[in-house]
Design a protein around this ligand. Structure first.
Ligand SMILES: [Zn+2]
Length: 484
């Protein structure tokens, strides 16, 4: 009986994420080497980032600015005084045998990430450090690598570590958190946040505990997740693994586990070192970082409107749905494009319909994006205006839209070139309607005899005689009028 009850205990996950973000500065964190992705191995190095004796690091001001702006955007407290520490460890990816990081005085503390659902995930801290080099395991053996190559191009690249509190409740929420964070970072322009190129990396701390209890369970740190999708899968796997272990009476040990995307499992790599193993101490080569109020105020001033604020404003200002506003604000330049169209045509709802419908389809069809297409907001606004004015039909508008998106031609020019103008002049359409009525007395009779369908036949006749150019709404209206 006792066992039966225990087996029915349900466990809930407790998740915290550590996100590493490479900052999109021109140069590295403490030297003048260029900070770019994809250069030939070991071409972006110098005595400073290679840790040669006698060299001195210099703090990259732009990296500090980027981190502070991120902190401000996420409502963190920015410390006017902080310092850099050495994190000592021996591994070939760090030529100095220590990494410059921030230990007990990070640049920011507190703050939160707002999810699309409205929930806020609290942050513990954001600190600045330098990235490590990259080990490349190589060789001809299929079973294991025979030797390791090291590329130091990444060593010393500015890296921001964003540590959340363990307030994430599900794998799906972890994905929402990452997506919200990524969106904010790309809006501020501090990183290109490409997970596949490693400029955004995520480790997860996860434990489970009996539902309704508040004591934290023993956690595992999961690494090596290379996409949002693999974060979700790895977390789901861990929840199941830990729940099964506890249910069968095993104890969870604190350890680091790697995610294997191909096999869909995590596996243990080492039991977790304690923080003091790193023998942190203040870096004697760097002066503490002090930030004056005027600089902080200026950085705050330079912050753009954030994605969810923009989303809420679009809903209020342009009458678009929450769903539409969410998609429209995913990318900052796309959001600004939409807003320019909406302002120029004065109809936000229509602007959203076009952006999310035909414009999107045309972009996909021609393998373009808003950034690579020659289309300008004023052209889409013009298209929306001429459709509203009845100058072209809905069908013709799609054709014009496609040409505008693919070639950047002005809509009026497309209409003229392709003869897409619609005949909306009541007198002209009226004459065609009269002709159709005179030519089809049987249809007129059967409509009057109660066959509503006959009206559509007559509409079709007028459209045919106008070669599709008559305004179909006006045709229908005039037919109804004439037929009484
Ligand atoms: Zn360097």
């Amino acid at each position: 009986m006792q066992q039966a009850i225990e087996r029915n205990v349900s466990y809930q996950p407790v998740i915290g994420l550590e996100v590493h973000v490479e900052l999109a500065t021109q140069s590295k964190m403490f030297c003048g080497c260029r900070n770019v992705f994809g250069a030939p191995p070991n071409t972006l190095v110098c005595p400073v980032c290679l840790g040669m004796p006698g060299t001195l690091p210099v703090i990259n001001r732009r990296a500090v600015e980027f981190l502070c702006k991120t902190g401000m955007a996420l409502g963190c407290d920015v410390a006017p005084f902080s310092k850099f520490d050495r994190k000592n460890y021996f591994y070939p990816d760090m030529p100095k045998n220590y990494q410059i990081s921030q230990y007990d005085m990070p640049l920011t503390t507190g703050g939160s990430v707002r999810l699309a659902s409205g929930k806020r995930i609290a942050l513990n801290r954001i600190h600045l450090e330098e990235d490590t080099g990259k080990n490349i395991h190589a060789g001809t053996s299929m079973a294991a690598s025979e030797y390791t190559l090291i590329d130091y191009n990444r060593a010393g690249v500015p890296l921001m570590e964003i540590v959340s509190e363990p307030h994430i409740a599900t794998p799906e929420e972890a994905e929402q958190y990452l997506s919200a964070l990524k969106s904010v970072l790309s809006y501020i322009g501090v990183s290109d946040v490409k997970m596949h190129e490693g400029s955004l990396r995520c480790d997860a701390n996860i434990s489970v505990r009996p539902a309704g209890t508040s004591t934290l369970g023993v956690k595992a740190e999961v690494k090596n997740m290379n996409s949002f999708r693999s974060v979700v899968r790895a977390l789901r796997f861990e929840i199941e693994r830990q729940t099964e272990a506890l249910t069968s009476g095993e104890r969870i040990i604190q350890e680091t586990r790697n995610w294997d995307d191909a096999r869909g499992v995590t596996y243990s790599t080492r039991s977790k070192e304690q923080a003091h193993d790193y023998r942190y101490f203040p870096d004697p080569d760097l002066v503490p970082l002090t930030l004056d109020d005027a600089t902080l105020a200026q950085w705050r001033e330079e912050l753009p409107e954030l994605p969810l604020d923009k989303r809420d404003r679009f809903i209020a200002e342009y009458g678009v749905s929450e769903y539409e506003a969410g998609i429209l604000t995913e990318d900052r330049s796309a959001a600004e494009f939409f807003e320019a169209v909406a302002r120029a045509c004065g109809d936000g709802k229509q602007a959203a319909n076009w952006m999310l419908g035909d414009v999107r389809r045309s972009l996909e069809k021609h393998s373009l994006t808003l950034a690579t297409s020659p289309v300008r907001p004023a052209q889409l606004a013009e298209l929306i205006r001429i459709v509203a004015a009845g100058q072209i039909s809905g069908k013709a508008a799609k054709e014009v839209c496609d040409a505008v998106v693919a070639e950047g031609t002005d809509p009026q020019a497309v209409v003229a070139q392709r003869g897409l103008s619609q005949i909306s002049d009541t007198e002209a359409v009226g004459a065609m309607v009269d002709d159709a009525l005179a030519a089809n007395p049987e249809s007129v009779a059967s409509y009057k005899g109660g066959k509503a369908k006959a009206l559509e036949f007559l509409v079709g006749q007028v459209m045919k005689s106008s070669r599709g150019k008559a305004n179909i709404d006006i045709v229908r209206e005039l037919l109804r009028e004439r037929l009484g």
